[in-house]
Design a protein around this ligand. Structure first.
Ligand code: C2E
Ligand code: CA
Ligand code: CA
Length: 667
């Protein structure tokens, strides 16, 4: 037994709260048992001496001692049901440690005082009482080594001193026995006590490990919550991200199918955002997106779930019963909110938005519903290009168009499409000499399943389906291969889509094709519409600059329609404008178109760029165009678009005389 352990032979260990509580806990069950044993044994001894010893020893003293014991018993009993704090438990243990030897001394003194009054049997009862009670006490106090030790020491010392000097050999032998038994018991109890202490220590360790485990679990949970947050929130705007949107969308769709709640989906796309990004850089673009998100968030309260799908695309889910008017109102509110200028530190920026809404109806699955909203958005963008609505609700009228677009897209993806496509050519004529200056290449498609499809149908379908680049290249090669056989002074005019000029690499590829066919780039005019330019002004500028560097010329097609902005004329190195044929309608009656054509012709002269007037169908129209000073014209009056094979014959027959019969029948 080392010194630390020796110390606990005398003192109640402190500084280990769990041990203290465990000791206290064990005592609450064992000490009342010990006191009960003491009481019973005491009154059994009283019974033996009842008639032979004076009442002070057989009644009053045992009564006082018993009261003392009962008080202690009640105190311990009470504490069975309550769990004291550590200080109270320690105090109680210390008190027991102090009282145990005192009580032991009192009882020893009392029973030894009875000794002179008894005969040998009665005296034997005293020895037995002391011996057996101390054994009981040692066991009962096994979780309080010091108290067990004190009691043993007090009783044994009293026993030895008293009986050692009694001269009675039997009692002396009993004293020896008692000492031996007590020592053995103390050793056993101390071994058990050690085990008890180490049990508490390992329990503590276990608890600690469990706590650490729980802490780790908590941290893991927090981490996974954070991961979940990161995975579902857009880090820039803190709005739910694309992933979150689609999972909510799927859930809301399921509720709609189950008839629990209505569902409307709205897709929002910013107009002019890319220009901000290009002009001011991504940092400003990001700030703008954050401000846009804030405004949208403030507008989309309540049952509207707003998300950012990526880039400048946002989406809302609405689980409310809405009329078409309600939806339009929500859409217009959102557009209005975004149209107010954004005052950033770097600049004051103005953008706008287009919104497409689609409402869930029976039988529409998630993909279709999303596609409908996307189609409505696409329609909003297209009509916006033409200067009108920003908000479009997907309706009955769109359904047929979606079906048609899907059919077209499918047919456009077919492997045989290359054989079904061709280019027709419509001449651009010099008003004064009647000479053919150029041919505009116009796409033609005769599908085996859909029949002849006009370009106004399949070009937008190819744009939507991401097929336009492939298609353009195919058509351009066909046009170049025809143009390669034309006289060197006849130009080729070719139409480009917005998507075609969205990548500078792509236009570079087109220029390479011109070289491949051995044609001088100066003979090529690329026609680009205003709407294509507006979609991404900065990219258009870059693509046009790239084209110009190669030597090709640029015409601004359909000029005057849609978003006509004169600034485009200054900003882009244009060679020609093409006045849309809508202005020629009723020009003979001096309609509004008359004034417009007149001023556009003046404008082109002032700017020193060419001007082609499209859609001349009659001699009267031609006369007016000529009277206004128009120099280049195009229209059915001269020729409908003709096949590539028919071009040489057309050139041969057009002798440069403007007075010839119109070639309408040659289409
Ligand atoms: P656009 O570039 O304005 O082409 C002129 C359109 O006007 C052609 O229609 C042509 O046939 C038609 N047109 C010419 N003269 C007259 C006339 O006197 N009266 C009337 N009513 N129409 C006339 P088309 O071939 O149906 O093309 C429609 C549009 O499709 C084109 O308008 C152009 O925007 C687009 N497109 C055609 N081919 C291509 C192509 O290869 N690539 C791209 N991106 N767009 C193309
Ligand atoms: Ca054109
Ligand atoms: Ca045109």
């Amino acid at each position: 037994m080392n010194f630390r352990k020796l110390k606990y032979l005398f003192l109640v260990p402190s500084g280990d709260p769990e041990l203290t509580l465990a000791q206290f806990d064990a005592n609450t069950r064992q000490i009342p048992m010990m006191y009960s044993l003491l009481l019973v044994n005491t009154w059994a001894l009283v019974a033996t001496f009842w008639n032979i010893a004076p009442p002070s020893l057989t009644f009053y003293i045992p009564l006082v001692l018993s009261v003392m014991i009962v008080l202690r018993l009640v105190t311990w009993w009470r504490s069975i049901s309550e769990r004291p704090d550590i200080a109270v438990a320690l105090h109680s243990l210390k008190r027991t440690n102090l009282l145990a030897p005192i009580i032991a001394a009192c009882f020893s003194a009392w029973c030894l005082a009875l000794y002179p009054y008894g005969d040998a049997y009665a005296q034997g009862h005293i020895a037995f009482y002391m011996g057996i009670t101390v054994v009981g006490c040692i066991f009962s106090l096994m979780h309080m080594l010091s108290a067990a030790f004190y009691v043993t020491a007090v009783v044994n010392i009293a026993f030895i001193v008293f009986f050692g000097f009694s001269g009675n050999q039997v009692f002396m032998a009993i004293a020896m026995n008692l000492i031996l038994v007590s020592v053995v018991l103390l050793v056993i109890v101390s071994i058990n006590y050690d085990r008890f202490v180490s049990l508490i220590a390992s329990r503590r360790q276990l608890m600690q490990q469990q706590n650490e485990l729980m802490q780790k679990q908590k941290e893991t949970l927090e981490l996974s919550n954070e991961n979940y947050r990161l995975a579902n929130l857009d880090s820039l705007t803190n709005l739910p991200n694309r992933r979150c949107f689609f999972s909510e969308f799927t859930e809301n769709h399921a509720s709609a199918v189950a008839g629990k709640a209505p569902l409307v989906i709205g897709l929002i796309d910013l107009d002019g955002f890319k220009a901000v990004n290009d002009m001011y850089g991504h940092a400003v673009g990001d700030k703008l997106l954050v401000s846009v998100a804030e405004r949208l968030r403030a507008t989309c309260q309540g049952d509207l779930l707003l998300s950012r799908l990526g880039g400048d695309e946002f989406a809302i889910l609405i689980s409310l019963e809405l009329t078409d008017e309600n939806m339009m109102q929500i859409g217009h509110n959102l557009c209005t909110v975004l149209e107010a200028p954004f005052n950033l530190a770097e600049a004051t920026l103005s953008i706008s938005a287009s919104i497409g809404f689609a409402r869930w109806q029976d039988g529409i699955d998630c993909d279709d519903l999303y596609e409908n909203a996307d189609f409505a958005l696409y329609s909003a963008k297209r009509s916006r290009d033409a200067g009108s609505t920003h908000v479009v609700l997907f309706g009955k009228a769109h359904e047929a168009r979606v079906q048609r677009t899907k059919l077209l897209e499918k047919a456009l993806r077919s492997v045989t499409v290359a054989d079904e496509m061709s280019v027709a050519f419509q001449p651009v004529v010099d008003v004064n000499s009647g000479a053919v200056l150029a041919f505009e290449a116009l796409a033609r498609w005769t599908s085996p399943t859909l029949g002849a499809v006009p370009p106004s149908d399949f070009i937008p379908a190819a744009e939507r389906g991401g097929l336009i680049d492939r298609l353009t290249l195919m058509l351009f090669r066909q046009a170049l291969s025809c143009a390669a056989s034309w006289p060197g002074d006849i130009r080729l005019s070719f139409n480009l889509s917005a998507a075609n000029i969205a990548k500078t690499d792509y236009v570079r590829g087109l220029v390479d094709e011109i070289h491949t066919y051995g044609i001088a780039p100066e003979r090529i005019d690329f026609e680009i519409t205003e709407t294509a330019i507006i979609r991404d002004v900065y990219q258009a500028q870059e693509a046009i600059a790239e084209l110009k560097r190669s030597g090709v010329r640029i015409s601004l097609d359909d000029f005057g329609t849609g978003y006509s902005s004169l600034s485009h004329l200054h900003r882009f190195p244009l060679d020609k404008i093409k006045i849309d044929r809508s202005f020629l309608t009723n020009i003979v009656e001096k309609s509004a178109g008359y004034g417009i054509v007149k001023s556009l012709l003046n404008l082109s002269r002032d700017m020193n760029i060419g001007c082609v007037i499209e859609g001349v169908e009659t001699e009267e129209e031609l006369a007016i165009v000529r009277s206004l000073g128009g120099e280049m014209v195009q229209g059915y009056y001269f020729s409908r678009p003709i096949s590539g094979d028919a071009v040489p014959a057309y050139l041969a027959s057009s002798d440069g005389g403007i007075s010839q019969e119109p070639a309408v029948s040659r289409a």
